[in-house]
Design a protein around this ligand. Structure first.
Ligand SMILES: Cc1cc2nc3c(=O)[nH]c(=O)nc-3n(C[C@H](O)[C@H](O)[C@H](O)COP(=O)(O)OP(=O)(O)OC[C@H]3O[C@@H](n4cnc5c(N)ncnc54)[C@H](O)[C@@H]3O)c2cc1C
Length: 429
């Protein structure tokens, strides 16, 4: 059997980041990717927080193929024919080194795969791994079709589905309750139109999230990110909610209906759909993170459940890159010690625990439970819309003062036992 030092299963951001770290240090590493190229099968909404990962591989992040630095954040709550948008723009989002950029994975992952290749790693596309080989409990390599390749360590970065890792008993099988389904269109629009529609300075970008009626009360929301000459428009809906839907319509129809809403139609007008994709997302939070390393293996990125939907910020790509970096460091340490056992690879989990990855997931421990509260996607968007609508409404009667109008809305929609319970459950998010 052919033998290499390290095999990486999956050439997404987690796998490529691990391979980059290993190859940079001179380790022998082979990345096996089932897609035609890295990025071919990868889906994201569209925004990479770069600040958290700048210190890993600092030479990479100034030249990455980003779309636009995000200068403007918008959140729209939609309910009952009204919508309320909160908009935040700050010079500090883009000053110096911007905190986040919109990205397209087909470009970003391909570029990173090239960088990995330049460091001396072998990135093999069109190579679907069928099985992780195990001997006496230790992962010893992989099987792809008829071919078996042995390795001292396998970095499993196969993404969210965990088909290989769960079959090999390294992780549990994904459960619908802890996952969401996302689908997205890339819609081409000229750069000038994008800048006019979102009132952006040339080159700058916007991130726009939506919640409420767009998911028909189901857990989730919609997103819109501006790229250089396109927008990424999509929806994310809890898988369990989607499966329990009574109206029988298909998930992708939600996105079509969303695009037809009067608030959205003008934003996509004149655009051409260039790409359609769908993917699932781990949303179980820290309680669903599996054992991260064992004899002969580590798991990284979505395979390890490292993703966080905190309502207004969505993260997974920075976690994937960071986990790849720490996986590489742990493997290099194990190589030096000549010990690829669980004990030899234990520094991987320790580093993740010390870093923002597991610390931020720990801080957000209660979010998955909070997100299961349907009132977040029904009552509150409606209540906020109603309250503000009343303040801005002048009818044919003498008007109450602004504070009195607002107070009426607060008493009607926010002062109830249910709201107190909700506030209590949200106290730690
Ligand atoms: C709709 C949506 C919106 C999102 N929005 C954001 C966002 O705005 N910001 C953010 O940071 N994160 C976002 N995320 C999450 C983020 O995209 C993921 O966390 C990230 O892509 C995980 O990277 P990864 O490398 O672990 O997995 P992936 O990118 O899924 O890579 C896994 C790779 O493994 C390959 N593979 C799988 N099985 C095999 C096999 N058997 N053999 C060989 N190769 C295999 C796949 O082809 C793939 O290339 C979003 C996700 C979705 C779906």
């Amino acid at each position: 059997m052919e033998q290499v030092e390290c095999i990486v299963v999956g050439g997404g951001l987690a796998g490529l980041s691990a391979a980059y770290g290993l190859a940079s240090a001179g380790a022998e590493v082979m990345v096996l990717e089932r897609g035609d190229y890295s990025g071919a099968k990868n889906v994201t909404g569209g925004r990479l927080y770069v600040k958290p990962i700048r210190r890993f591989y600092p030479e990479l992040w100034d030249e990455a193929p980003y779309e636009r630095p995000v200068a403007r954040e918008l959140v729209t709550m939609m309910a009952g024919g009204a919508h309320t948008t909160v908009e935040i723009a700050s010079d500090r989002f883009t000053a110096g080194q911007p905190q986040s950029y919109t990205v397209l994975r087909a470009r970003l992952d391909q570029w990173l795969a090239e960088k990995v290749g330049e460091k001396g790693a072998m990135v093999v596309p069109n190579m679907k791994v069928d099985e992780l080989l195990r001997k006496d409990g230790k992962v010893t390599g992989i099987r792809a079709g008829e071919d078996e390749i042995g390795a001292q360590v396998v970095i499993v970065a196969e993404g969210v589905l965990r088909l290989l890792s769960s079959k090999a008993g390294l992780t549990s099988e994904p459960q619908a309750r802890h996952h969401a389904i996302g689908y997205k269109e890339v819609i081409e629009l000229p750069a000038g139109v994008i800048e006019d529609r979102w009132r952006l300075n040339p080159g700058e970008g916007a991130a726009h999230l939506f919640m409420g009626d767009c998911t028909k009360g189901m857990m989730g929301g919609a997103f819109l990110y501006t790229n250089k000459e396109s927008i990424s428009l999509g929806m994310v809906v809890g898988m369990d909610d989607m499966r329990r839907r009574r109206d029988g319509s298909e998930s992708w129809q939600l996105l079509d209906e969303f695009k037809e809403l009067p608030q959205i139609k003008p934003l996509v007008a004149g655009g051409t759909v260039a790409e359609y994709s769908a993917h699932s997302i781990p949303e179980g939070g820290i309680s669903q993170v599996p054992k991260l390393a064992g004899d002969g293996y580590v798991v990284a990125g979505d395979t390890a459940g490292l993703s966080l939907n905190a309502l207004v910020t969505v993260r997974g790509m920075d976690f994937a890159i960071a986990s790849g970096y720490f996986a590489a460091q742990a493997v290099l340490k194990a190589k030096e010690a000549g010990d690829f056992s669980a004990a030899g690879l234990a520094s991987y989990e320790a580093s993740l625990r010390d870093s923002f990855v597991l610390r931020d997931l720990e801080t957000a421990r209660s979010i998955p439970n909070v997100m299961e509260n349907p009132r977040l996607f029904t009552h509150y968007p409606q209540a906020i819309g109603r309250l503000l609508e009343s303040v801005y409404t002048i009818d044919d009667q003498p008007q109450a003062g602004i504070v009195k109008k607002a107070w009426r809305g607060v008493r009607r929609d926010f002062m109830s036992v249910a709201t107190v319970k909700d506030a209590w459950s949200m106290r730690k998010i």
